[in-house]
Design a protein. Sequence first.
Length: 308
Amino acid sequence: MSMILSASVVRVRDGLPLSASTDYDQSTGMQECRKYFKILSKKLSQLPDRCTLKTGQYNINFISSLGVSYMMLCTENYPSVLAFCFLDELQKEFITTYNMMKTNTAVRPYCFIEFDNFIQRTKQRYNNTRSLSTKMNLADMQTEIKLRPPYQISLSELGSANGFTGLSVPEYKGTGKISAAPHQRLEPVTLPGVVSFVLSLLCGALNLIRGFHAIESLLQNEGEDFSYVIAFFLGTAACLYQCYLYVYYTGWRNAKSFLTFGLICLCNMYLYELRNLWQLFFHVTVGAFSTLQIRLRQPQGKSPDYNV
């Protein structure tokens, strides 16, 4: 018989259980799955936002959003579309009911135990598919899962439940290779961000042109300093890298943006003899403005009404 057996709400950053349904099955398979539940709970921050773990007779599915993960255990023949529909319904209700600030500051396990009632009611509905009122959405969900299927966690990646050593995620379907942190989209671009992007490109182009002129001057006059050429090209690379950091998410993104700005300042300090004060001010100001826009454009959490 295909059915949902249990579900839980877990905080992503530390695996703290916030709420969970009660299951009474004490079989060996269920006991093993509970161990996998705990292992996954501790590694949610390293996993994509939608995953499935197949453990023989049972499947563990979960989705993560806004720092909270919604996990469920079901039999292996329970439809994947219904499983993620169930998780999506839990997510929408939880986000609607509780303030995320309260979720982030919770210190004791199961502090949202009253949410268990909603989990139980929803689980009963999804275990009786004839009573479901969400059938009209199944086509949309099937399309979404087909376009962006859940990442399949293998037991070999997970390791043994008793001796877990590490979890590596080699590839997430639909997003290509990912690192230890899941792929994240950045917030939509803003007009100041576009301006900073264009100005950074302009500064990079100016540095590149001056660099070629410095090479030309170096070839004509042997007394010219080659270090000026290096400074111009380093300035070009720094400006282009700021454009890259604004467009794409990468680890240590804010730290890299500050280091890049520092490199821009150092290059302009070295080139002070070749540039007037207004030119120096322009390049440093654009670098600072681009750094600010990189800092402001943060990874976006999924909105409460996204479809699985």
